[in-house]
Every structure is written in structure tokens, then in C-alpha cells.
Ligand binder design. Structure first.
Ligand SMILES: NC(=O)c1ccc[n+]([C@@H]2O[C@H](COP(=O)([O-])OP(=O)(O)OC[C@H]3O[C@@H](n4cnc5c(N)ncnc54)[C@H](O)[C@@H]3O)[C@@H](O)[C@H]2O)c1
Length: 335
């Protein structure tokens, strides 16, 4: 029998490339569609020997690119990671975020509608919730994004739900909390420079790749630093495989949180990196980021129950995989 083909948009980026690796290992043919605006060719070259991987360079905002893609392949499922995802950048260029993330996703949805509605797994974010009204945050928590990035994701979620109800598109919307870690075999990782992600930057600082200073005393939490939920990228992509299997087994469309279920403050993450890498990181005063929330962590029971999934990696595991990755690729990918 021919292999089933999975489309992974944004597969040249941080999380998407880890999903590429997992789906190749599961025996699928994987087609990566990416415009390389924020992604890299190199992880795909590294992963190519592991299976049947095709790279198509194209842009979701260009309908001709998508027409060509869907004319060439018949997809058994779609993992939609491609997006711009920097909160600060979205505050200064909201129009760019709405155009890329919303128009790009609408173009993709139109193709799915015209090509038999294969199951869709969408990368959403806890940024759709905004400041927490209660903790832990479950999927019923009100949505109130405080930055255009989160708003763009919420709009796409709503579009997907309408395609679900009106066109029978099966979907799982996954709302990720903060993603950390790298491939445990050290093959691929996060190449954003600098990353917006605390643990990534702290490990880079501890390895003296780049100066790192963390800020403190700015938000209403016990130690004054923001509390977040950190989920390892390998645990995260494992949930995508579970969500795909769930839809293939005729599970109903869902919105599901993907988090570790526990909050850690900036100070706690910095201390964990210091302990693991035997160093002292620098404390600094800096303005609070625009659109910053104090305290956000997930209720992940729905993912555990519906997807039979659970996070397996500890903070120390994520710090160890990031350390391996940054030692091997201190300057990230080169092409
Ligand atoms: N990293 C996190 O902590 C986090 C948290 C919550 C949600 N997410 C979501 O997960 C997804 C992946 O995040 P990431 O950290 O891997 O980001 P990333 O920037 O590393 O990867 C995104 C990829 O999408 C591609 N892309 C962007 N716009 C495109 C377009 N118009 N057409 C084709 N390709 C395009 C980029 O080139 C890049 O390779 C995003 O949708 C993001 O919003 C990430």
C-alpha cells in the first residue's frame, strides 16, 4: 500500500521540524510547506535520511503556491504550524500578523474544503486566554488575547470551527503553553536568535553563547517574576500524533490545551538552568514586555483523557536537550 502523505506547514521551523521527525518515524510520507521566512532548510536536510520527506517552498498567503501544492499531493492529514509568532513584533506590526496568520490560514482552509477535508491539527496558543481569571486554565476559560499574535490565533480558531460545522472539516485545535527543549538525539532544535523563550535563552547564556539577563520584580506573583507552563517540544509533538490518531479513529473535533500542568516562575527556571549547568546568571532590571501576563498554566486533563497523552519530560530533561543542541549548533542553523 502507498504511504499516507501528511502535510506539515511551517515544518522548517522549531516545533514543525520536530513533528516532521516524529511523523517520518511513524512511516508517513511528509510534505513540508514553508516559505523559510522564519524557518531553515538545514533541519530538513538533517531529517531527510530518516524517511520519505519532500520540501515545497511556498507561502500560505499566495494562493498559486497552494493550488500547486494541492494539485500535486493528496493529503491524509494536515499539521498547520506555519505562522508568525513573536508577541513583541505583533504589537508593533499587527497588520503583518493578521495578514500572514489569518489570511494564510484561510487560504489553507479553502484548499482543505476543496480537497475532501482531511483531518487538521492546528497550532494555537495559550495567548488566546489573556490574563488568567482562574488557575489552572482549562479550555472553558474565557478568551481575551492582549496582543495581536494571540488575537490572530483566536480568529483562526474561529474560522476552523466554522469550517468544521459548515463543511465537516475534522479538527483538533491545540493551545500550546510555553514550548521548550530540543530533539533528545541532538539532531534539531530552536534556531531563533534570540529566542523569545526563556529557557532557550537561559541555556544560551549559561553556555556563554550570548549574554543573558533575566528581569525580576515586575508582575504580581510570589517572587515577582512571571509564571508560565513549560512543555517539552517532544511531548508536544507526541500529542499531535495522538490528536491525528484520535481524528482518524473518528473522534469529534476538539480544542485541547497542551501544557505540562505546572507553573514555574522565571526565577525558578533560571535556578534550574544554573543548577544543571553550574553557573550564575545575571539579574537585570528591564521594562515589562508589552502584553505580558503574570501567571499562566494549564489544566491538561482533557489532553490526558481524550488523547491518552501525558507529558513525560522534566525541566531537567528539557535543559539537557537544549544544552546538547546549543553545544552542537551554538549559532543555530546556517542555511
Ligand atoms: N514556540 C512556542 O512556544 C509556541 C507557543 C504557542 C504556540 N506556538 C505556535 O506553534 C507554531 C510553530 O511555532 P515555532 O516556535 O515552531 O515557530 P517558527 O517561527 O520556528 O516556525 C514557524 C514556521 O512557519 C513558517 N511560515 C511562517 N509564515 C508562513 C507562510 N505565510 N507560509 C509558509 N510558511 C510560513 C516559517 O518560515 C517557520 O518555518 C506557530 O503557529 C506558533 O504560533 C508556538
Amino acid at each position: 500500500m502507498d504511504k499516507l502523505t501528511i502535510l506539515i506547514t511551517g515544518g522548517a521551523g522549531y516545533i514543525g521540524s520536530h513533528a516532521v521527525k516524529l511523523f517520518l518515524s511513524r512511516g508517513y510520507r511528509v510534505v513540508v510547506f514553508d516559505n523559510l521566512s522564519r524557518g531553515w532548510r538545514q533541519p530538513l536536510d538533517i531529517l531527510a535520511p530518516l524517511g520519505d520527506l519532500v520540501f515545497v517552498r511556498g507561502d500560505l498567503t499566495k494562493t498559486a503556491d497552494l493550488d500547486q501544492l494541492f494539485a500535486n499531493y493528496n493529503f491524509a492529514g494536515v499539521l498547520h504550524f506555519a505562522a508568525l509568532c513573536l508577541v513583541d513584533e505583533s504589537m508593533s506590526q499587527p497588520e503583518r500578523y493578521f495578514y500572514n496568520n489569518v489570511v494564510g490560514s484561510l487560504n489553507l482552509l479553502e484548499q482543505l474544503r476543496q480537497h475532501g477535508c482531511p483531518p487538521l491539527i492546528f497550532s494555537s496558543t495559550c495567548a488566546v486566554y489573556g490574563e488568567s481569571q482562574y488557575l489552572p486554565i482549562d479550555e472553558q476559560h474565557p478568551t481575551n488575547p492582549t496582543n495581536p499574535y494571540g488575537e490572530s490565533k483566536l480568529i483562526v480558531e474561529k474560522m476552523i470551527q466554522w469550517y468544521g460545522s459548515q463543511h465537516q472539516l475534522p479538527y483538533v485545535i491545540l493551545r500550546y503553553f510555553n514550548v521548550c527543549g530540543a530533539d533528545s538525539q541532538g539532531l534539531i532544535g530552536d534556531s531563533k536568535k534570540p529566542s523569545q523563550l526563556l529557557m532557550q535563552n537561559a541555556v544560551r547564556g549559561a553556555l556563554n553563547i550570548e549574554p543573558f539577563a533575566y528581569t525580576c520584580g515586575q508582575v504580581a506573583t510570589p517572587d515577582g517574576t512571571p509564571i508560565r507552563d513549560y512543555i517539552d517540544v517532544e511531548d508536544l509533538v507526541a500529542a499531535h500524533a495522538a490528536a491525528y490518531d484520535y481524528l482518524v479513529a473518528a473522534g469529534s473535533s476538539q480544542i485541547i490545551n497542551l501544557g505540562n500542568g505546572q507553573g514555574y516562575s522565571v526565577k525558578e527556571i533560571v535556578s534550574a538552568v544554573e543548577t544543571n549547568l553550574h553557573c550564575q546568571l545575571v539579574k537585570a532590571q528591564a521594562p515589562t514586555r508589552l502584553g505580558e501576563y503574570a501567571n499562566v498554566y494549564a489544566n491538561n486533563s482533557k489532553a490526558k483523557q481524550l488523547l491518552a497523552w501525558q507529558p513525560n519530560k522534566s525541566l531537567d530533561d528539557s535543559i539537557a536537550s537544549l544544552t546538547r543542541w546549543y553545544k552542537k549548533f551554538p549559532n543555530g542553523y546556517q542555511f
